[in-house]
Design a protein around this ligand. Structure first.
Ligand code: ATP
Length: 248
């Protein structure tokens, strides 16, 4: 870390997250645009009181149920998410038997490889999204983000995304994927298009989901299905929005 942040500083947690992203930027993992995207997220988090709300936790439970019920779930990782919680993402992948794919909006092989190295340091065996031979494109996306792995997102049933671009989320839903998103902005196209939207900071959402996964990993399928059936994503997002209004 470039600067030592005193633990007593009233904004310590938020400053530590920023330092992690700046560190990721120095290592070539995070792009400048990623820092700006984080700023948008911070503003919404401020309105939530920088806490996981009851509603976000409900969405996190349903997201875990979806991952546990999937035949092939993929966790999509980009620069910001790797810089913020690589270890936790690998951990969640292990418990829910989800594979991890590197997928970048601002694509570069060097950056993908740097992200893969960080994930491997956390003992991840296979990192998808790097092999150009197994690369394929999702229809309807013009940006480089259309490229996905044939052995990963393309043949998956459920995809967990965070800090995702709306075009890609909409396209993933259109081609039949069950999309879980972590997005602090309940008004984003990603949040609206997803099947399950977690309005929470990824640094809180993933550890919560690890805890929930440990609790639910041996549950009956019928129990997991019931949680999904009883969940209304739009209603849940509206409740998060109400919390933000109250925050103002
Ligand atoms: P969309 O294309 O979906 O309408 P956007 O253009 O705002 O949304 P991006 O800038 O591509 O989306 O992605 C950033 C999104 O991620 C923002 O909605 C932001 O609120 C959210 N975000 C940023 N940092 C975090 C974080 N740490 N945890 C969760 N969400 C975050």
């Amino acid at each position: 870390m470039r600067h030592r942040i005193p633990p007593t500083h009233p904004r310590a947690k938020s400053l530590i997250i920023r330092e992690k992203l700046v560190g990721g930027f120095s290592k070539g993992i995070v792009v400048p645009e990623g820092l700006i995207a984080h700023g948008r997220g911070e503003a919404f988090d401020y309105l939530l009181g920088e806490k996981t709300t009851k509603y976000a936790y409900e969405a996190e439970i349903v997201a875990v149920c979806s991952l546990l019920l999937s035949n092939k779930s993929i966790i999509s990782v980009n620069g910001n998410t790797a810089a913020l919680c690589a270890k936790e993402l690998v951990n969640l992948g292990n418990i829910t038997k989800s594979k991890i794919e590197v997928n970048l909006f601002h694509k570069s092989m060097a950056r993908s490889k740097a992200i893969a190295r960080i994930l491997k340091k956390e003992n991840l065996g296979e990192v998808l999204g790097l092999n150009t031979k197994s690369r394929t494109a999702i229809k309807g996306i013009s940006s480089n983000r259309k490229y996905v792995d044939k052995n990963g997102i393309m043949t998956s049933d459920t995809v967990l995304v965070a800090l995702e671009d709306g075009d890609r989320t909409e396209s993933l839903v259109k081609i039949g994927k069950n999309v879980i998103s972590i997005d602090l902005n309940p008004l984003s196209r990603t949040a609206i298009a997803s099947n399950v939207t977690i309005v929470d900071n990824i640094v809180r959402a993933i550890p919560n989901m690890i805890k929930i996964s440990r609790e639910l990993v041996n549950s009956d399928r019928s129990y997991l299905l019931r949680q999904i059936k009883n969940f209304d994503n739009i209603q849940n997002m509206n409740k998060s929005l109400k919390m933000m209004r109250r925050g103002i």
